[in-house]
Every structure is written in structure tokens, then in C-alpha cells.
Design a protein around this ligand. Structure first.
Ligand code: ANZ
Length: 851
């Protein structure tokens, strides 16, 4: 009668299902009787590869929270669904020549089976899939709301075109000139595309970050992405010596109007409409050649700081708005058409890029802000100081000079205050099949009409091949005329839009559909939204810091403006789980070996039949490195409860940490010990130390139980799952050593264990004679007085220096003390990513970590 999760776990999963144990009530009268807690995972893209240990980490964390919140008197919304549209399914469809819907369904079935095997307490009645027409009907409906508010428009825009995929990509999907997912090269092209005006929300997306309980790093990434710059626009009149373009003007954007007297030349982006027009006869050929070359480069290659500056003189000048001096106008590709006005005034004395350019082309450099340590010809001074050589600004500090100059410009109608954002409108169409069709018809006369809401969903038609047409139109152009040609209710005729929406669309609002997934009349009932929103805890990987999390906030704000949702923000609290790394083993030839084939001898690792030690690395898990861990393999060996506990015991949730097989074994042994506190392994009967006596008949154990109730409750609430588990280990060890253990103590302990080792807790609860399901019990309360007694303060040192302290029950064992110490803020800060060389534990007093 050993602890056998393979027998216990499926049995309790069946029982939960049969009793509908995790069903969240739907009717408002019932809901309003209790406070709510909405805890959400970033739903997965159901890839063919199946679940990995990173999914299981975040999902276990939210499951523990969901189970704990139910036990503390909340209605909990804890749903799961599928971000099911997307490129990989479409590519697999091309390869295997089957419909992407079939591939998606296959992958979803696999994901669902794997997730269910972990015993998560999702309300499966709310499962949804973004590729289901009953779902994307409402995605299309939200698009109509965007249209109605002039937030969706068609525009001829320079796009990131990926020839290998035959589609455009969003800026966010391109890095270093390559598609981030596949590494395929991306080039620039002009195309007519759907755009969403996210820029209209830039200021609110920025401001409302302040009130969110999110990691600072993610807020900072969003701030940088939005990229607000406060400055001024300044107008320059062109002096082209009486040629074309003479007397025309252009506007520059600057964050440093205070340096206007230091402007010694101007630069236009190669795509600037004036660039060719103002070129002098001598320079025209050179400018034309330069412009042609520059437009082939990506923005990134052009703004690369390391690269030497190139440019060409137009031969024309600009008139300085204050002094009337003639400044040469250059064309150079370090100025981008996509930012500001596509033109700058160059101040080489105080801008590094301009300085480098001026040095390369022997343009004048003037100091207008004092304070630099080097002569201004040698280095630009970008710091603070006072205005010099600047007429009426002289003597003013930078901030004052900015204001004075902006006021002067406004007064003389030569410029104005201006706020600029790096954020661009969101390119919202893709030339793909497996996405939401747009609810849009193009009439013969060129008008673009949105379909009425009752014409939704516009379902994806079947087509014969999932690739662009030979003449380069999107795959949907392959649909038959019965899909393509539409007659509107008023009799006008037209052709359907053949682009589809990007994968981000479906994930922009899925958290709202979970509230009311079967509603056929509305996207969701607004009363349910008022009850459930905002989301109390949203857990997922940091890779979504700018894309999904910014897009979803944008849509939410639009829905707020439409009066459809009642909160300004969807995700009140965000938590990023840390990445789980794997150990990889590589030989001298660079070939990776699977960990199961590797042999350990005297602390070194070898491939069979080879006596040269392997290079062991802790790194990102990856197929090619053979260091991935399949959670299903681990479950098959040690069960889901061990995987759940290990995922959380590895370290603080937010930390990056390696998967270690010994750690998994340690947890399995711990659960075996828990099992034996209730079951006598030889007989299968109740353990001999169990007695039917009141809890206070074992005062020491009772005290420890109360301390454990407090610690596990507080730590679970604070998402410090690893230390909650340590405390349960302390309690278990004490019980193991006791001769007499009142049954009621263990019944309470099962409740604490239940959110974590959900199956084992049910099994022991029922064996101890508990009523019903342990997951449906109330969380136990603790006695303050008992908790206060017998606590000791443990000092945490790193390399002998005091860095933190924590309280724990007297007599806690070494292993638990070490775990609790390593988890403290102080230890984490000073130990960092390094592995401790030694940990010295003095029970009841101190833990010293040596690194
Ligand atoms: C004069 C100046 C003087 C500038 C100085 C800086 C320092 P951020 O902060 O990123 O908004 N700039 C403006 N538009 C540009 C474009 N399309 N391509 C490349 N550079 C551009 O940067 C704003 C500054 O970047 C602007 O202020 C401008 O240079 C440059 F001592 O104007 B500045």
C-alpha cells in the first residue's frame, strides 16, 4: 500500500467531474452572495508540441490560488480556452493537406487531455476557442465598434512583408529584420492594409499604467514601447535659389528646442516628399541614387548606432527661424520618415548622432549648452547646463530655455509645443487563411462598407489551398463567388475583404467571453461583466509584455468608451512566471545528448562509450538541445501532485530556474511521507499513531498546525508557494515523529494541502473520515495566541553578512530552514543567479549562505 498516484489521481479527477466540483455559478443572484475572484491564465496556443513544463508552472500557480480562494469564501472564475487561430496550424495544413480546423482540433484535444491530467480546477463548461465561429462572431462585432468610432481604417502603408510566408507582419512581430517566430527575412513594401488607431489611446495607455499592480519591468516596457517625447515642432522655410521647392517649408520635431541656436544644418528622411524636389541641379543625381538605396534598408539597419553615417547634400538651404542664417539641407537615412515629421534640425554640439554626422561631412559644430568636459568639437554634450551663444536664452537652464524658446516660436508662428509617441498605429490585416475574416465589403465604386451586426459571423469559407493566389492576392481570394460576392440589404453589390485579422485579435477580449461563453445575443452580459471585472490575477510569461498586453488594454478601453465594459483596465494584477531552464549535455563535437542516455561518474557526465566529459549547460529548453522536459513523462513516473508541487517548490514563481530531476524525487518522497502520516503501508489500514482525541491533547503538534495554517494561508495569498510548501514539510516531519496524532489535526492539514497536492489531499481526507470533498471545505482558521507562542527569529546571512530574517516555529528542521532562508528577499538579492557553494544551518538561530 505504497503511495500510488497513478491509482489515486484518475479516481479523484473522475469524482470532481461527476460532482461538478468546479462549476462557477452563472446566475447573478447566486453570484452576488459572495465576493468574487477572477484568476486567469494566458490561454495557450495549442501547438502540435503539446504542453511544456512552463505552461504547467503558471497553470499550477493559478490553480492553487483558485482552490484557496474557493475555500476562503469566494466565487472563483477560473477558465481555460484556446488561442486557436495562427500561422503554425496553417503551415501544418499546407504540409499535410488537411484543413487547419482539423489540425487545430487535434492539437486542442491533446492539450485538453494533458491539462486535465494535472487536475486543475477549471470550469470546463466555459471552455472556448478563438477559431470557433460562435466566438469570432463577436471578435468581428468588436471590429465593427472600432470602425464605427473611426478607429479602423484602410491605408497605403510601408509594411513588413515576409516573402517566405506571403504575408505582412506587425512591427512587434519583426526583430532584426526577421520574423520572430521563424527567422524568415522581412522586407519593406507599400501595401493597402487595415490599421487600428491605437495611437489615439497612447496617452491613456500610458497614464492608466500607474494604477495597475503589475511588475515594474512590464510597465516600463509598455512605457518605452509607447515612447512619449515632449518637445516642439519648428518650421523651416526652404531657400532653393529660385528653383523648384523654393519658399516651401518643412517642419522638424525636436525634444530640445532650447538648442535651436546650435542647429547648423537640417536633415530630411530619404522618403521625405521634399527631398528630391529641392535638390539642386548638381546634386539631383546623387540625391536620387541615395534615396533609392536607402529605401531598401530596414529602419533597424538605418538607425544602428554602430554603423557609420551616410548622407547627401541637397544643395538647398533652410532659413533659421530666429537668426535668418542659411542652414544646408541634407538627406540622410539616420532620419526616419516613420517618426516625428521625418525631418530634423541637426545640433551636432548636443546630439551624438548629429555630432558624428557633422564630423564625417565637415559641418560646423557650435556649443549652445555649457557643461561639457571635452571641447565641443571632440564630443557632443548631452547633459544639463546653461544656454550659451543663444541670444535671448543665454544663462537659462535647459528646462527654462525649452519653455522660453517654445513660447518664442508660438508667438512668431514658427513652431509649437508638441508631444510625440513612438507607438504606431497597429497594422491589423494579414494575408492568411486561418484567422478571422473581416466583416467588410468593397463596393464596385470603391466604397468600403461594414456589414450589419446581424450578418455575423462571416464564417471562413472552404478553399482548395492555403496560400496566396498566383497573382499575389490573399488565400481567401481563392474562395468561390458564392462567398466572395455579396449583396447588401439595400441591394448594393460588392466583394468581401479577403485579408484576415492577426492572431492577436482573438486574445484581445477572450477574458470577457469567459464570463458568458454561451451567450448568443451578446458578446457577454454587462451585468456579469460588472460582477467579475477586473481580473484579480493574470499569470503568464513576460514575452507578452508589449504585444498581447498592450493590444488587449487598447480594445478594453475602446469597449469602455462604447459603454460595454465598466472598468478602464482589464487586468488589475499581473504576475510573470519565471522561465524554467533545462540541463543540456554537449560533447566536444557540439552534439547534444539526451539526459536519459548520459552517465554520471564522480560528478562529471559522459556519453556511453566515450571517456571525454560532456559540457553541461543550464539553458533555455529547446528541441535541438534535447533538454526539454515533457510534463506527461514526469506525471507517468511520479504523478500529477508531485509535478504540481515541484513546479512551485523550485523557487519563487517569478524566478528563472532550472528543472532538476533530484528535486522531483525529493517532492515525491515528501508526498510519500504525507501518505504515511495517514496510511500504514504494510496493512493499508490507518496509521498506528492516529488517535480520536481532541486536537489540544497534542499541544505541541496543535501549535505547529496553527502556525502552519497561518503561514500556508499568508504565503498562498502572497504567491510565495515555495515557502508554503516548506512549512507543510515542517509540519509533516513533526507528525512523522509523533507517537499520538489526533485525527482532527490531520483533517485540517488536508485542507491546507488541498490546493497544492489536490488529489492526495482528497484521498487522505476521505480515509480520515472527512465529509464530502476536501476542496469544498472552508479554509481552517488559526488561533492567534497559539501562533504567537514558540516562534523563533532566524537570521539570514550571505557570506557571513546579515541580509534578512524570518519567523518560524521553534524546532524546524534544517532542510526547511534552508529553503525558507533562500526564499527571503535579502538572500535572493545577494545570492542572485549563482548557486550557493554551501549553506550552514544553526537550528532556531541562523542560516548562512556561502556563494
Ligand atoms: C534637435 C536636438 C538637439 C535633438 C539635441 C536631440 C538632442 P526622442 O527622444 O526619441 O523622441 N529626431 C526627430 N525626428 C527624428 C526622425 N524622424 N528620425 C531620427 N531622429 C529624429 O528623439 C527626439 C529627437 O530625435 C529629436 O530632437 C531629433 O533630434 C531626433 F541636442 O532635435 B533632436
Amino acid at each position: 500500500m505504497r503511495y500510488d498516484p497513478s491509482e489515486i489521481e484518475p479516481r479523484w479527477q473522475r469524482s470532481w467531474d461527476e460532482q461538478d466540483a468546479f462549476r462557477t455559478p452563472h446566475d447573478l443572484a447566486t453570484l452576488r452572495r459572495k465576493p468574487k475572484f477572477y484568476v486567469l491564465d494566458m490561454f495557450p496556443y495549442p501547438s502540435g508540441a503539446g504542453l511544456h513544463v512552463g505552461h504547467a508552472e503558471g497553470y499550477t500557480a493559478t490553480d492553487v490560488v483558485a482552490r484557496h480562494k474557493r475555500m476562503t469564501g469566494h466565487h472563483v472564475l477560473h477558465p481555460m480556452g484556446w488561442d486557436a487561430f495562427g500561422l503554425p496550424a496553417e503551415r501544418a495544413a499546407m504540409r499535410e493537406n488537411i484543413h487547419p480546423a482539423i489540425i487545430t482540433e487535434r492539437n486542442v484535444d491533446n492539450f485538453r487531455r494533458q491539462i486535465r491530467r494535472l487536475g486543475f480546477s477549471y470550469d470546463w463548461k466555459r471552455e472556448l476557442s478563438t477559431s470557433d465561429p460562435a466566438y469570432y462572431r463577436w471578435t468581428q462585432w468588436i471590429f465593427l465598434q472600432l470602425m464605427e468610432r473611426d478607429l479602423a481604417y484602410l491605408a497605403e502603408v510601408p509594411v513588413n512583408w515576409c516573402p517566405a510566408l506571403g504575408t505582412v507582419l506587425a512591427n512587434e512581430e519583426v526583430k532584426d529584420g526577421k520574423y520572430v517566430e521563424t527567422g524568415d527575412p522581412v522586407e519593406r513594401r507599400d501595401m493597402r492594409q487595415w490599421m487600428l488607431k491605437i495611437t489615439a489611446y497612447a496617452e491613456r495607455l500610458l497614464d492608466d499604467l500607474d494604477d495597475l499592480d503589475w511588475p515594474d519591468s512590464v510597465k516600463e516596457m509598455q512605457r518605452n514601447w509607447i515612447g512619449k517625447s515632449v518637445g516642439a515642432e519648428i518650421d523651416f522655410v526652404v531657400d532653393a535659389d529660385g528653383r523648384a521647392g523654393d519658399g516651401e517649408s518643412f517642419t522638424v520635431f525636436t525634444t530640445r528646442p532650447d538648442t535651436l541656436f546650435g542647429a547648423t544644418y537640417c536633415v530630411l528622411a530619404p522618403e521625405h516628399p521634399l527631398a528630391l524636389r529641392i535638390a539642386s541641379d548638381d546634386q539631383r543625381a546623387a540625391v536620387t541614387a541615395y534615396v533609392e538605396e536607402a529605401t531598401q534598408k530596414t529602419d533597424l539597419a538605418r538607425t544602428d548606432l554602430a554603423k557609420s553615417k551616410t548622407g547627401v547634400d541637397t544643395g538647398a538651404s533652410a532659413i533659421h527661424p530666429v537668426t535668418g542664417a542659411r542652414l544646408p539641407i541634407w538627406v540622410a537615412d539616420y532620419v526616419l520618415m516613420t517618426y516625428g515629421t521625418g525631418a530634423i534640425m541637426a545640433v551636432p554640439g548636443h546630439d551624438t548622432r548629429d555630432h558624428e554626422f557633422a564630423r564625417a561631412f565637415e559641418l560646423p559644430i557650435v556649443e549652445v549648452i555649457s557643461g561639457g568636459a571635452q571641447p565641443i568639437e571632440d564630443e557632443a554634450w548631452t547633459g544639463e547646463g546653461h544656454a550659451v551663444n543663444s541670444d535671448f536664452l543665454d544663462g537659462m537652464a535647459v528646462d527654462g530655455a525649452k519653455q522660453a524658446m517654445t513660447a518664442w516660436l508660438e508667438e512668431h508662428s514658427a513652431g509649437r509645443a508638441r508631444v510625440q509617441y513612438k507607438l504606431r498605429d497597429w497594422l491589423f490585416s494579414r494575408q492568411r487563411y486561418w484567422g478571422e475574416p473581416f466583416p467588410i465589403v468593397h463596393l464596385d465604386d470603391g466604397t468600403v462598407v461594414p456589414l450589419p451586426a446581424d450578418a455575423l459571423p462571416v464564417a471562413l469559407p472552404p478553399i482548395d489551398a492555403y496560400k496566396p493566389t498566383p497573382d499575389g492576392r490573399p488565400p481567401l481570394a481563392r474562395a468561390g463567388d458564392d462567398w466572395l460576392m455579396v449583396e447588401l440589404p439595400d441591394g448594393r453589390r460588392g466583394v468581401r475583404e479577403t485579408n484576415t485579422m492577426p492572431q492577436w485579435a482573438g486574445s484581445c477580449w477572450y477574458y470577457l467571453r469567459f464570463l458568458d461563453p454561451l451567450n448568443a445575443e451578446q458578446a457577454f452580459d454587462p451585468e456579469l461583466e460588472k460582477y467579475w471585472l477586473p481580473i484579480d490575477l493574470y499569470v503568464g510569461g513576460v514575452e507578452h509584455a508589449v504585444l498581447h498586453l498592450l493590444y488587449a488594454r487598447f480594445w478594453h478601453k475602446v469597449l469602455y468608451d462604447c459603454g460595454v465594459v465598466s472598468t478602464k483596465e482589464p487586468f488589475q494584477r499581473l504576475f510573470n512566471q519565471g522561465m524554467i531552464l533545462g540541463s543540456s549535455y554537449r560533447d566536444l563535437d557540439g552534439k547534444y545528448h539526451h539526459p536519459s542516455t548520459v552517465e554520471e561518474r564522480d560528478g562529471a557526465f559522459f556519453a556511453p562509450g566515450d571517456d571525454r566529459p560532456l559540457d553541461v549547460q543550464i539553458e533555455r529548453m529547446g528541441k535541438s538541445k534535447l533538454n526539454g522536459v515533457d510534463p506527461m513523462d514526469v506525471i507517468a513516473e511520479v504523478g500529477a501532485d508531485t509535478v504540481r508541487l515541484y513546479e512551485l517548490f523550485m523557487g519563487p514563481l517569478e524566478q528563472t530556474k532550472p528543472w532538476q530531476t533530484e528535486g522531483v524525487e525529493g517532492i515525491f518522497k515528501f508526498l510519500g511521507r504525507v501518505w504515511r502520516t495517514v496510511v500504514d503501508e504494510r496493512t493499508g489500514e490507518a496509521a498506528a499513531h492516529l488517535v480520536d482525541e481532541p486536537a489540544d491533547s497534542a499541544p505541541e503538534l496543535n501549535k505547529l498546525l496553527h502556525q502552519t495554517i497561518r503561514k500556508v494561508g499568508d504565503d498562498t495569498e502572497g504567491l510565495r508557494f515555495n515557502t508554503a510548501i516548506s512549512q507543510m514539510m515542517i509540519f509533516t516531519n513533526a507528525v512523522t515523529q509523533a507517537d499520538r496524532v489526533p485525527r482532527s489535526l490531520l483533517l485540517d492539514f488536508c485542507k491546507l494541502l488541498s490546493p497544492y497536492a489536490a488529489h492526495l489531499a482528497e484521498e487522505l481526507w476521505s480515509r480520515l473520515g472527512g465529509d464530502g470533498l476536501v476542496c469544498q471545505q472552508d479554509w481552517p482558521s488559526y488561533d492567534e495566541e497559539l501562533v504567537a507562542e514558540d516562534l523563533v527569529t532566524i537570521v539570514v546571512q550571505v557570506n557571513g553578512k546579515r541580509r534578512d530574517e524570518f519567523e518560524v516555529a521553534r524546532g524546524a528542521d534544517r532542510e526547511a530552514l534552508q529553503e525558507l532562508a533562500l526564499a527571503t528577499e535579502g538572500a535572493r538579492r545577494f545570492v542572485g543567479d549563482s548557486t550557493p557553494r554551501k549553506v550552514i544551518v544553526v537550528p532556531d538561530r541562523l542560516v548562512n549562505v556561502v556563494v
